[in-house]
Design a protein around this ligand. Sequence first.
Ligand code: GLN
Length: 276
Amino acid sequence: MPEVAVTIGSALAFARGRIPASEARMFLCRLLGIGAAQVAAYPERNLAAEQAAHYAAWLERRAAGEPMAYILGEREFYGRSFQVGPAVLIPRPETELIVDLVRARIRAGSAPRILDLGTGSGALAVTLALEIPDALVTAVDLSPAALDVARGNAARLGATARFIVSDWFSAVDATAFDFIVSNPPYIADADPHLKEGDVRFEPRTALASGPAGLDDLRRIALDALSFLVPGGWLLMEHGYDQAAVVRDLLVSSGFQEVASAMDLAGIERTSYGRRP
Ligand code: GLN
């Protein structure tokens, strides 16, 4: 950045060709604490030296491919802002489907026990705890660093949940849950998608799962039944082409009422089944 007289207009011009204009505007909104309309309306407004320095550093990181969510330190999920960093997967809109599916299965007046496997940022656990006020939520993750992020989000958003370091069910006591939810890693180890875009910066343990991406989905499907009450539900997110395989896994693991639900893009994204 030039040393002197950085304005909104010159900052946007400086970004041109390096990062998308929409992202440059997001940086300015954040730095100046103003909305997109003001960024557009006041190109002559000056940035303080410190704001200009931040802007230049963020632009550099973004141009090097780092995800916006990590640079800004937050991502929205189900209408709430979650703090995120490189220890956790960035919440995706399609994962909101699991929240809707659980909400649709809640019986009024019940206090459902819910387990979130591989909670990461806590997006699912915290959202379920807030959307279902009587819910008793347990969230596990193999990564203590991820659990710190999840705990922070729970505290900031006012959600109550129990957080446990656990390799899937290994440290979960024999509680019987009404719902087990998970957005596990489900990308094939050799999938070129792992080398593209935001995904390159996200924890590999949250993304890749064996030669077909099915290792963790299979483990969870096999073990979940004994952690559910009769009539309890397991719901798992999976890849765009895995629905039929995951339904088979659920059926062969002893689940009934097995089906899949589509995300907003029309892709079968979450499959679920019920303990008999
Ligand atoms: N949906 C993510 C992606 O394809 C992957 C998330 C996951 O593996 N759970 O980028």
